[in-house]
Design a protein around this ligand. Sequence first.
Ligand code: SAH
Length: 218
Amino acid sequence: MERDPALEGLIAEIEAETRHTAQFTGRSVLSPRVLAALRRVRRAAFVPEEERARAYVNRPLPIGHHQTISQPFIVAIMTELLDVAPGDVVLEVGTGSGYQAAVLAELAGQVCSVEIIAALTEAARGALVGYRNIALRTGDGALGWPERAPFDAIMVTAAAAEVPPALLAQLKPGGRMVIPVGAPWAEQRLMRITKHGSGAVMQREVLRVAFVPLVGGG
Ligand code: SAH
């Protein structure tokens, strides 16, 4: 595929930020699979027309309904930390624009993504036409997606006050979860959680981040 200079510039920035944050994330480089996924998905296709000129700037952008598409570096590092293997079944909570779901779909066997705002689910459905391994649903993602569980990996893209118990329950032994935890509209801690074969759960703080809040009853 021909390389887009704007996208390549963004990827270079993401790689630099990955190096600079390695002491916190434990990852100094992005894996080739994650880089390839970032190169294949056109972020411009997931942002509103009026934001398209900024699609390859390393910033979050508004997508309507007071929500945002995450900063590209955050998408990259969260994807990296999820260690998605081919064939994995992945749950995303907070579909938003659908961009993160598309990146995950390049890496996983199946992506199931839940969004609480119906209009965003429907817009994402439009942007994701052609992806045969993404299932979308409108609902409270804090409850997971019981009919599709268990999951090899879970990514939460809205900040939760605590890790929703339903999500931990729907994670397979050996599974990974990446989730921002903390008060809404404050700085949150991005956590990487692993569930061991024994069922024991380990958590590690990775970075300080700022996400829109996870709403709903859970
Ligand atoms: N991953 C998205 C960014 C999402 S922003 C992307 O790539 O564009 C966070 C999203 O989480 C918002 O769209 C918000 O509506 C949604 N959200 C908030 N609370 C939720 C909940 N309880 N269940 C599902 N989605 C939720």
